[in-house]
Design a protein around this ligand. Sequence first.
Ligand SMILES: [Zn+2]
Length: 160
Amino acid sequence: MKIEKNSVVELDYKLMDLEGNIWESSDEGGPWVYLHGHGEVMPGLENELLGKAIGQKVKVEFGPEEAYGPYEEELKTEVPREAFAEVKNLTEGMRLAAESSDGVHAVMVREIRDDVVVIDANHPLAGQAVKVEVKVLSVRPGTEDEIAHGHVHQDGTCGH
Ligand SMILES: [Zn+2]
């Protein structure tokens, strides 16, 4: 069957930057499964997938606004160098997990100065266009429950 509204679609996917570096893929996280026509995937991709069948591939490019958002200068902060005393081999470009009042965030070390370290909490792909390449693995009609809930029920159970 072809993908239409309320189809449950399983996709192999790759998320790449414009240089072709793979940032995320179904090789690590398993395939994407979504209910078509309910805004679960990026709109540009959903439009392209309409009418596609098993084995067909779609490649879509997204600007930063549709992907990880603009680069935000205010997400760069200066932290006193001594806060990193326990980090071995602190280098620019290194990724760290930083703890704050609202949880743990991945940050990047932007710049190391004599007394401060500039850390950047932007997503590494913020401000960048990305490419998404998908291949349709399976298509089935959504069940009544899935359509009513607006999402896929994996193994027939509602996870919400
Ligand atoms: Zn549900």
